[in-house]
Write a protein that binds this ligand. Structure first.
Ligand code: G1P
Length: 303
């Protein structure tokens, strides 16, 4: 790799959303702080960025999001109390989140959509490719996706998005991609993108899941992008322009993900994520699985 093409190191995490699907829990607590087992959902996302080699993290926040900054900062009082008690295990757990990455924060101000949130990252990102991770999508840490996307971006240039096959009736909840195959079975070339199409108008059942590695050319396009679906500035619309014109910063490739992904913005999926991850934990799993088995057996008894 040449000096003019340094390794991608910056991750942007939009986290300004109101979390209305989880009210009243999210009335005074950011939705990103809801625990998945015993870690806030957002920490999994930051850990995923770090695992893919991105140690500079910019969060796009808004009002009422101070707990996010506190979570990734030191808490000397708590550390002091734990160390006085000799509770090294918990002390390590508390220190882990503040040692993870170099954190930066910028406020979005007006919530004008995902495209607008990404645009708020422009001064920090500069002119290098960067990753975007959406906090509602939790990718199982055992199924790495972002590292593969970074690899494809560094090889092909342009931008790379994460795609996943969904049931066609669900495609209206996602950005949707029309694609062409490539020589690699998990990599496709994106030819068209539509934000949340009606199933009858969807070009495929390939949904954009919340991971992107973007060419900085996206910023200039976002500045010109008019509000689209939901009257918001859509990242998908900007990427559609990139996909259609290689001269302005394309191509757009997709990595088709077949691993485990949870939408922690959805209450049902959030519960499933907790059950799954708890079952697989070394410390909690054996006892929890045992309880779950008997609970399910009881539930299946006829009344
Ligand atoms: C956003 C994007 C959409 C993408 C989705 C993935 O939508 O606009 O293209 O498919 O994230 O989670 P949102 O879920 O924020 O409405």
């Amino acid at each position: 790799m040449t000096e003019s093409n340094p390794r991608i190191s910056k991750a942007v995490i939009p986290a300004a959303g109101l979390g209305t699907r989880f009210l009243p829990a999210t009335k005074a607590t950011p939705k990103e702080m809801l625990p998945v087992v015993d870690k806030p959902a957002i920490q999994y996302v930051v850990e995923e960025a770090v695992a893919a080699g991105l140690s500079d993290v910019l969060m796009i926040t808004g009002r009422n999001k101070r707990p996010l900054e506190d979570h990734f900062d030191r808490n000397y009082e708590l550390e002091e109390a734990l160390s006085r008690k000799g509770d090294d295990h918990r002390l390590k757990t508390v220190q882990e989140s503040s040692d993870l990455a170099t954190m930066h924060y910028v406020r979005q101000g007006d919530p004008r959509g995902l495209g607008h949130a990404v645009l708020c990252a422009a001064p920090h990102v500069g002119d290098q490719p960067f990753a975007v991770l959406l906090g509602d999508d939790l990718i199982d840490p055992r199924d790495p996706l972002l590292a593969r996307m970074v690899e494809i971006q560094e090889r092909e240039g342009g931008s790379v998005i994460a795609l996943m096959e969904v049931d066609p009736v669900q495609i209206h909840q996602y950005g949707c991609a029309a694609v062409e195959t490539t020589a690699e079975s998990d990599v496709v070339r994106v030819t068209q993108l539509v934000e949340k199409p009606e199933p009858s108008e969807a070009p495929s059942n390939l949904a954009i899941i919340g991971r992107y590695v973007l060419d900085p050319a996206v910023f200039a396009i976002l500045r010109e992008t008019e509000p689209g679906r939901g009257n918001e500035i859509q990242l998908t619309d900007a990427l559609q322009k990139l996909a259609g014109d290689e001269k302005i910063g394309g191509p757009v490739h997709g990595v088709v993900f077949k691993g485990r992904r949870y939408d922690t913005g959805d209450r049902g999926d959030y519960l499933r994520a907790i059950v799954r991850l708890a079952c697989e934990r070394e410390d909690l799993g054996p006892e929890f699985r045992h309880w779950l088995r008997s609970y399910v057996t009881e539930e299946m008894q006829p009344n």
